[in-house]
Design a protein around this ligand. Structure first.
Ligand SMILES: *Cc1c(COP(=O)(O)O)cnc(C)c1O
Length: 363
């Protein structure tokens, strides 16, 4: 199944016309433009995975008692397919997304999805919708594999039926108008995740829990919210959907450790590897919010940035914490952040060598 060839293919009989597609791809933004197809598979207890197919993208028919609608048994992934300058279509570390999807599934008491099913579904979908890559340097197909409990049952236990789907969305930049550095607001009262919770799983519930804090941050003029640890309300964890890094005057970089409340980002891991390749000292340590402010004031802290598949690497220029705020560096994107971003993007776009074998060529 690894090459997607085991997926039945039911072509969309009313695809978007080439003309309309071209119009949709001129300014796709993020997560608004969807392709003609989706990949789908079903899981039933006793039978396992079956009915793998690529089919026209469209509304689902779901029993209103479907467990996901009541108890939120749902997980997802996010990765991008890129078109390189040589015309190859590639995925970036899809095996890492597949492995993380299994970890999330385990935490949410859901069935395992093999690499073959996970990557095969993506491959079959990207092949079907290969005409949906936007032009331009940030253009990509953002892939959204997800799985939810479809069994109609209101009792509380892991469901016995699941659906696995992959959507593809044509994307350009994540932040509208690509701001040079973002402003983030500290959430003092609301937590994203606590010890023993689901913070390390990529599940919709974590996002549901983060939305009020995100909305509050936006009300206060910020682009994103940053969460602190749920126990001491001191240590910086991550944004609603991005990991955080700190760059110091001695050239070292720091990112909070994966202690179960932080999502293990593949961008985070890739940037740590690239930095270490270049001899940079990378520490995974807790970092307190008051230390962040003090280090920004003293100049010991030079840069901060957020990272994730959707927004890649984004500088944090300003932090708003209640009535106070502080600027990082000169408030603009810093050189270490930009260099790391460029190094990563060059690999993803096939513009430089790929020393860790992160690209998987599809066709
Ligand atoms: C997906 C996600 C990230 C980033 O992970 P990547 O693998 O780098 O895309 C960070 N934090 C949260 C909460 C996420 O859901």
């Amino acid at each position: 199944m690894a090459d997607g060839s085991d997926f039945e293919f039911a072509a969309n009989s009313a695809p978007v016309s080439a003309e309309d597609r071209a119009a949709m791809l001129t300014e796709p933004g993020f997560g608004r433009v969807f392709t003609d197809h989706m990949a789908s598979a079903e899981w039933t207890e006793g039978r396992g995975w079956h009915s793998a197919r690529v089919m026209p993208r469209g509304p689902l028919s779901l029993d209103p008692a479907a467990a996901v609608l009541h108890y939120a048994q749902e997980i997802f992934e996010g990765l991008k397919a890129y078109r390189t300058e040589t015309g190859d279509t590639v995925l970036f570390r899809p095996d890492a997304n597949a492995a993380r999807f299994r970890k999330s599934a385990e935490r949410l008491a859901m069935p395992m999805v093999s690499d073959d099913l996970f990557i095969g579904a993506i491959e079959a979908l990207v092949k079907a919708d290969r005409d949906w890559f936007p032009a331009g340097p940030e253009g990509a197909l953002y892939l959204r594999p997800f799985m939810f409990a479809s069994e109609a049952f209101l009792g509380v236990r892991p469901a016995k039926e699941y659906r696995f789907l992959v959507l593809a969305s044509s994307v350009a930049g994540y932040f509208k108008g690509a701001p040079k550095a973002i402003t983030i607001g500290v959430s003092r009262n609301l937590n994203r995740a606590g010890p023993g919770g689901t913070g390390a799983a990529k599940c919709g519930g974590n996002y549901a829990a983060s939305l009020v804090a995100q909305a509050e941050a936006i009300e206060h003029g910020c682009d994103q919210v940053v969460f602190l640890d749920a126990v001491e309300h001191r240590f910086v964890e991550e944004l609603g959907g991005m990991n955080t890094f700190f760059v110091f005057d001695d050239g070292s970089i720091l990112t909070p450790p994966l202690d179960g409340t932080i999502l293990p980002g593949i961008t985070r891991d890739s940037l740590m590897t690239l930095a270490r390749d270049e001899g940079v000292v990378v520490r995974e340590e807790r970092y307190a919010i008051d230390q962040w402010q003090a280090d920004a004031a003293s100049g010991r802290l030079r840069e901060s940035f957020a990272c994730g598949t959707a927004a890649v690497v984004t500088s944090i220029g300003k932090v708003v914490d209640g009535d106070t705020s502080f600027i990082i560096g000169d408030g603009g994107p810093g050189p270490v952040t930009q260099a790391l971003r460029e190094r990563l993007v060059a690999i993803q776009r096939g513009q430089s060598n790929d020393p860790h074998g992160w690209l998987k060529r599809l066709f």
